[in-house]
Design a binder for this molecule. Structure first.
Ligand code: HEC
Length: 145
């Protein structure tokens, strides 16, 4: 766990330095996410967002996802999902199964190129429930392309 915390800090710092800009939104130390009340999803990853409407936990997932995003993703992807340009703006992720597949791929594998971690493997840090809750919130701020 500590290893990941350091990895997160280092890669976020790397991004800031690369961008030559101050990182205003603070720390990316992974924060535990309380997913109490959300339907448990098991070990197998779902192919698409299980909490999408009409799932009864949809609204709870949005609330949990909003704060989980702010604590674990916003430092890199921007507050409210609005990217400063150095990372993809997640509001443009397509709502629906295609976007889900891409989302799932990324949070499981992160983004590593030439040994540099641009995005850590978030699924090693956060539960599937927390990550689909974040996805559920992201859908509420999604922008049509
Ligand atoms: C340390 C910085 C960092 C953190 C923390 C981070 N990301 Fe990322 N993320 C990136 C970068 C950089 C990319 C672009 C990767 C590339 O260039 O291939 C990315 C790409 C993505 C993509 C693909 C978007 C696209 O349009 O291709 C998704 C989805 C994503 N991140 C979701 C998340 C979620 C959800 C979280 C929080 C749970 C998160 N990220 C936390 C840096 C980060």
């Amino acid at each position: 766990m500590n290893h990941y915390k350091n990895l997160l800090k280092v890669s976020a710092l790397g991004l800031c330095l690369a961008a030559g800009q101050a990182f205003a939104h603070g720390d990316v130390t992974p924060q535990p996410v309380d997913t109490k009340g959300l339907e448990k999803l098991g070990d197998e990853w779902h192919e698409s967002n299980p909490y999408r409407e009409p799932h009864p936990d949809h609204d709870l997932a949005v609330r949990i996802g909003a704060s989980a995003y702010n604590q674990n993703c916003a430092a890199c992807h921007g507050l409210e999902g609005i990217s400063g340009g150095m990372t993809p703006d997640l509001r443009y992720l397509e709502v629906g199964d295609y976007g889900d597949e891409w989302y799932k791929e990324r949070v499981i594998n992160g983004a590593v190129r030439d040994g540099r971690v641009y995005m850590p493997k978030m699924a090693d840090i956060l539960s599937q429930e927390a990550l689909w809750a974040i996805r559920t919130w992201l859908e509420t701020v999604a922008v049509e392309q």
